[in-house]
Each structure stands twice: as C-alpha cells, then as structure tokens.
Design a protein around this ligand. Structure first.
Ligand code: SF4
Length: 375
C-alpha cells in the first residue's frame, strides 16, 4: 500500500472521499486555490534552485512566476489576473524577507518513498535548509490565508511525516520544522521527537489497516461543501438525483413538511426561552416563587447546585468493601466516541461494535437548515 500526507489526511477526514479519490480515481475539478498553490511552489523551486548562494533579483523571480504560471483552474481571465497580481505581491514580499539570507538548500522538492509499518510512504519535501551553527530545518510552503493556531502546527501531520521521512532517508533528526505561510508572509516553526515518530507510525498503521479492511464510511466534515465527490457520496446522493428528476417526490413533500414543523419548533423554543428569562427575572426581583396566568401558573425554579462524584474518593471507600464493581459501568457515549474516533485497529473496532449488537438501532433526524445558518 502506498500512502502520502494527502492520502492519510484525506482518509482521516473522510474515508469515503479517500476511496473516491485514491481507489476509484474519480476525476476532480481544478480550483483557483490548487492552481495558485502549485504555481507558487514551482516558482519558489526555481528561485532556490541555484548553483551559487546568491538570490535571483525580484525581476528574475517575477519572470520565473510568468514561466510557471498555469491558467487552469481559474473561472475567467479577470479572476486569473487577480490571482496573478496577488502572486506577484506575495513573491515580492518573499524576496524582501529572504533574498539577503539566501543560501543553497540542503534539499529542494525532494521526492521520497520510505517503508513505514509495511506501508510505502511517499511525499515531497519542499525544502530543507542547513541551520547556521548546525542542524537542519524542513520548510513546507502553505498558501492558507490565515495562520492556524499554534497547537495545530505542533500537531501538523505533514511536518510529522517529513520528520519521520528525514530520519529514515538521511538518518538525521531535523531540529526545526517550519510551515511558511506565503500569504501573510509568516513562518511557524515546531519540533518533533522520537515519541512523536512512534505515535505517527501507529497512526499510519491504523489508517493502512482500516483501508485494507475496506472501511470507507462517508464522514460529514467542514470540507464537504468543496468536495468534488458529492454527486456520488451517500450523504449527498439524493440532492444530485433530484436535479435529474426527483426519484421520490412524495418523500420530498414529507421532508418539506418535517422541516416546516422543525422551524416552528425552534420559534416556539426561542419564545419559551425569552418568556422563561423574563418570568425568572421578575420573580427574583419581586420575591415571587410562582406567577399565575388565567389557566395555570409558572413556577420559578431556583438554580440547583449539582455536585459531581469524586471518583477516586468513592473508589477508596468502596473498594475495600468489594463494592466498587457495583458502581462502575461502561459509558455508552464514551464507547461510541472511542469507536467513531477511528483510531482503533479494525478488529478491535469490529469487536466493540459487535459488543453493542444487543442495543436497538435508534433512528433520529436533525435539520440542517441553510435559512437558520444565514440568520
Ligand atoms: S461530500 Fe463529505 S462526506 Fe461525502 S465524500 Fe466528500 S468529504 Fe466525504
């Protein structure tokens, strides 16, 4: 099995998307962001690919951009022009920040393929630099608009993979791993340890096992709106079928009715909450415990203090009496989230799923309401 940063991350985000993209190899549509990112990467490759440690001039860098520019993925020439202008500005900033400290990289767009846990791990390291004074820094260019939180960089899968690859290929431990965010022109650096590499090996093994076991469930996630595979995805199938003629118009009517009732529910709930707050506030201010209407009363419930049991203390008390076993139990919610965390080997996951077979399947519906999201 061959895996890369993209395929692992795709699988972890949505196994169905992985299947459509890497197993079924369904075609994908281009996008401005993809095309723009590729061009910047290729241009920076040219910029750093020098026999002498002297940076090309800004004019030369802009010429390189022109040579590497690809028109695919843009909606129309005016959108393309906007992106081209933006690329020129980004590269001008990059040149300003990097020309003086220009050095010949230790590695540039280095393609690797190493075996990890029986998996062929492939990828390409954008750049590796020697750090003055000793050590190596791996640099990966990013074209995100905003900087991610520090914790995200410290957990970044791509940097972890490159760290592991550098150890396997060159036998070195890179001292610094950097994401270079080209749009804001900022670097964010982090480190990895041997323990991180070991954790990553296990993570790769779990993904590989799940793929080998044919686990390709569709998983709703924030990137669904931009997914090329919506027309074949079980979560969105009906939406696309309807465009060709609704296969179940009666059901569509029922769904419409259900949505209308759900919206009424929300309106009622909102009004109930408003009234509750007003009644509670009035009771509090005027010393009432209940207020009477024409046909019943509203009772003001005082806040209750809920105390959580101190598990260690209870255990210390009950264990010597042999009663501890009578109060511990499996929390079904925690069990479900453990299974849905997709970090378990398939056989363990299957065994846990099988252990729940006695529990009846509970169906539920929830409304994804674009009208509500807009409010
Ligand atoms: S639309 Fe969402 S759930 Fe469906 S395949 Fe794409 S990412 Fe997965």
């Amino acid at each position: 099995m061959r895996l890369s940063y993209s395929s692992i991350s795709t699988y972890e985000t949505c196994p169905a998307k992985y299947r459509f993209q890497y197993e079924d190899k369904l075609p994908r549509s281009g996008s401005p962001a993809l095309s723009f990112g590729d061009t910047l990467h290729r241009t920076l490759y040219r910029f750093h690919d020098r026999p002498v440690p002297v940076a090309p001039s800004l004019e030369e860098l802009h010429e390189m951009l022109q040579l590497e520019w690809a028109s695919e993925g843009y909606r129309d020439p005016s959108e393309e022009l906007l992106y081209l202008d933006h690329a020129r500005q980004i590269l001008a900033e990059y040149h300003r920040a990097n020309a003086d400290s220009f050095r010949i990289p230790a590695a540039l767009e280095y393609r690797f393929s190493v075996e990890v846990e029986g998996v062929q791990l492939t990828g390409m390291i954008d750049r590796m630099d020697r750090i003055p004074g000793g050590g190596y820094e791996i640099v990966d260019y990013k074209t995100n608009r905003r900087l991610p939180p520090r914790a995200v960089v410290d957990q970044d899968l791509q940097l972890s993979l490159y760290y592991l690859a550098a150890r396997e290929i060159w036998g070195i431990e890179p001292e610094r791993l950097t994401l270079y965010f080209l749009l804001p022109g900022e670097r964010m650096s982090t480190v990895r340890t041997t323990a991180d590499a070991d954790r990553l090996r296990r993570r790769i093994a779990v993904v590989a096992e799940r793929i080998a076991a044919g686990k390709f469930e569709a998983r709703q996630n924030p990137l669904c709106d931009w997914c090329d595979f919506q027309p074949v995805c079980p979560l969105f199938r009906h939406k696309y079928e309807r465009e060709q003629g609704d296969p179940a118009p009666r059901m569509t009517e029922m769904v419409d009715e259900w949505i209308a009732l759900k919206r009424e529910d929300w309106e009622r709930y909102r009004r109930l909450e408003d009234l509750r707050a007003l009644i509670n506030a009035f009771c509090e201010e005027h010393g009432y415990r209940r207020l009477y209407g024409s046909d019943g009363s509203a009772v003001d419930r005082r806040p209750m203090h809920v105390t959580a049991p101190d598990e260690a203390r209870i255990r210390r008390t009950l264990e010597p009496l042999g009663l501890w076993e009578q109060v511990i139990s499996v929390d079904p919610k925690k069990l479900t989230s453990l299974i849905e965390g997709r970090s378990l080997p398939p056989d363990v996951e299957d065994a846990l799923l099988a252990s729940r077979e006695e529990v009846r399947t509970q169906y539920s519906l929830y409304l994804k309401d674009p009208a509500r999201a807009r409010r």
